[in-house]
Design a protein around this ligand. Structure first.
Ligand code: ADP
Ligand code: MG
Length: 238
């Protein structure tokens, strides 16, 4: 398993500084929820961890090693976006195994991997369908399957449930929690939804305008919010 460190990360787009010195240290197997209003820099930070964006300053440390110069595909990270990120012309099976195929994993091994993931996520009957023939919740399961099959050290989620209706969101939240228990990997989960943050997290980082306003357990943040922004944002009904 791998710990994750964020050391003094800043990010500028032109003259605008969207991350202003972010520090975080996560132990192996931690579930961090990064929560904050739209535009506060959550996705940018997640993309920097994944290697999809380069920080202006600072370091990303995985398992004790600085990975700033490591390409995204070599970081042992998998990212789950909203469900529309599936390949529409591929079947569910092809969507899930695509990454393995690109890495040159042989077919029997790919089949074993997809079978294991399908059982875990209960999507066995869907493997030969195309994404267009799936419900929103099913598509989201497939997106998780695509991440799981790589067996990464770290999972990153960027608002994966925001396209789903309220009932399904609650159900999928439960599934993600179960998944975390089952695989026991480090997860970083971005959302603007306070309830989602409180129910999923072992640690929460509340972000506002490129700064982490409070980092702590859900109970700490609930009982002793660091400032008025944290109290107001976390106390609001989503
Ligand atoms: P969040 O995910 O919290 O909604 P983002 O990380 O997507 O926020 O964006 C943070 C800020 O950075 C926003 O003001 C956004 O407009 C800006 N931003 C994000 N990506 C780019 C980019 N590639 N070029 C310029 N500005 C960007
Ligand atoms: Mg975002």
């Amino acid at each position: 398993m791998a710990s994750l460190g964020i050391r003094g990360i800043t990010k500028r787009f032109g003259a605008t500084e969207v991350l202003k010195g972010i520090d975080l240290d996560l132990d192996d197997g931690e579930f961090l929820v990064l929560v904050g209003p739209s535009g506060c820099g959550k996705s940018t930070l997640l993309n920097i961890i994944a290697g999809l964006e380069t920080p202006s300053e600072g370091e990303v440390v995985i398992g004790g090693a600085v990975v700033n110069d490591v390409a995204p595909r070599d970081r042992d990270i998998a990212m789950v976006f909203q469900s529309y990120a599936l390949y529409p012309t591929m079947t569910v099976r092809e969507n899930i195994t695509f990454g393995l195929r690109m890495r040159g994993v042989a077919k029997p091994e790919r089949e074993r991997a997809v079978a294991k993931v399908a059982t875990m996520l209960q999507i066995g009957p869907l493997l030969d369908r195309k994404p267009g023939q799936l419900s929103g919740g099913q598509r989201q399961r497939v997106a998780m399957g695509r991440a799981l099959v790589r067996d990464p050290q770290i999972f990153l989620f960027d608002e994966p449930l925001s396209n789903l209706d309220a009932k399904l969101r609650v159900e999928m939240r439960h599934e993600i929690k179960t998944l975390h228990r089952a695989v026991a990997r480090t997860m970083v989960y971005v959302t603007h939804d306070q309830v989602e943050a409180m129910t999923l997290a072992s640690r929460i980082a509340v972000m506002h305008q490129g700064v982490i306003q409070h980092y702590g357990t859900p109970a700490e943040i609930y009982e002793r919010p660091a400032n008025l922004f944290v109290a107001g944002f976390m106390g609001a009904q989503s």
